[in-house]
Design a protein around this ligand. Structure first.
Ligand code: SF4
Length: 357
């Protein structure tokens, strides 16, 4: 007969510092929760038991499905491939417009929740014919130790590893992911200081740029998402604050996805004005010279298409997050003017995935 598990049945985190007097600090994200005996971290995935932090969300997953890499969105990484995508429970941010609130604001069921071993995840991806893995939907670093175990194994089996994250991890956590075999990531910048102060809880957006830069320096592929949310980050000054850091810190060739927001959870402002999104696209391209800019969630293929930054010809035509035409040479150059195009990995031909509704 199955017995309910307790926190002691879960692994001890190696990303913590014992501060004495019963306090332990979690070193996974820059919230750096200070936990006294029996206390749980903000994300609900870590608890102080007998002076040690136990990873109580380890391997307890909330979703697993194969998805096109374009939907992350990662447009410049293994185009047209699929990634076995998985998520856990809980998050270190509580954005009021969260689309995945049903799993981000829950805590793992440590007593009975089903645990997926790293071996099982890797086996599922291989059986499914996926080219890689993606930890997504909620903040994946809340189960950092699990990701490390999964990614190491996936690497050995020839799969790529990616995450979709709010980018708020510590350097130690990011470097540990890199060492485990992280190949690509997408960081979601929530806006300027005002957005973070008012909606996310006085956190620092510069940490996201700091980490994105560190990832680039390590050789990890980076793309940035800016979900433009009505009255939270959709005004000109806020947009320009983000664009300037993008160019100054990350450079012009890092892709930027400006996505449309729709009301969710407890944020009821109307969906982002499409004119504002198009204006932001033009500003990013023309005034800040960002080479690969996209507008997502508006269903217009022209804004999902990759254009050559030198000659302007359409190179990768996408619609509905699927690749329809691919005109980049095998050595990642524009076939018309020979300009180098920022692509990592191989284009996967003849792969069609039916998206879940
Ligand atoms: S990972 Fe969770 S417990 Fe650790 S610092 Fe971040 S919010 Fe706190």
């Amino acid at each position: 007969m199955l017995k309910p598990r307790s926190a002691k049945d879960f692994p001890v985190s190696s990303f913590s510092v014992d501060l004495g007097s019963g306090y332990v600090m979690c070193g996974v994200c820059e919230r750096r929760c200070l936990l006294k005996e029996g206390e749980k971290g903000y994300c609900g995935n870590r608890v102080n038991v007998d002076g040690k932090i136990r990873v109580i969300g380890y391997g307890i997953l909330s979703a697993i499905e194969s998805r096109p890499i374009e939907i992350k969105p990662l447009f410049h990484f293994w185009p047209n491939s699929t990634a076995l995508t998985f998520s856990n429970w809980g998050c270190n941010f509580h954005c009021p417009w969260c689309q995945n609130y049903h799993l981000s604001f829950q805590t793992p069921d440590i007593k009975w929740g089903k645990t997926y071993s790293p071996e099982k995840i890797v086996k599922m991806a291989l059986r499914n014919g996926d080219e890689g893995l993606c930890a997504s939907f909620n903040e994946p670093t809340t189960q950092l130790e699990y990701l490390i175990d999964v990614f190491k194994l996936a690497k050995k089996k020839g799969l790529y590893n990616t995450i979709v994250s709010n980018g708020y991890m510590t350097f130690n956590a990011l470097e540990a992911l890199y060492e485990a075999g992280l190949d690509g990531l997408n960081f979601d910048i929530k806006g300027c200081y005002e957005t973070y102060n008012k909606f996310i809880g006085a956190l620092d957006p510069m940490i996201v740029f700091r980490n994105a830069k560190r990832a680039l320096d390590l050789g990890i592929h980076v793309e940035i998402v800016y979900l433009m949310v009505t009255k939270a980050n959709d005004w000109d000054e806020c947009l320009r604050w983000v664009l300037k850091r993008h160019v100054d810190i990350l450079g012009e060739s890092v892709p930027l996805h400006i996505n449309r927001y729709y009301p969710a959870w407890k944020y009821y402002e109307p969906p982002t004005d499409v004119n504002k999104l198009i204006a932001a696209y033009n500003i990013a391209k023309e005034e800040y010279n960002i080479e690969y800019v996209y507008v997502g969630n508006i269903g217009d293929w022209r804004y999902e298409t990759t254009y050559c930054p030198k000659c302007g010809k359409p190179l990768i035509i996408r619609a509905g997050y699927r690749v329809l035409e691919y005109h980049v040479t095998n050595d990642n150059k524009c076939p018309y003017c020979n300009a180098k195009i920022n692509i990592v990995g191989k284009f996967i031909r003849n792969k069609m995935t039916i998206l879940p509704f």
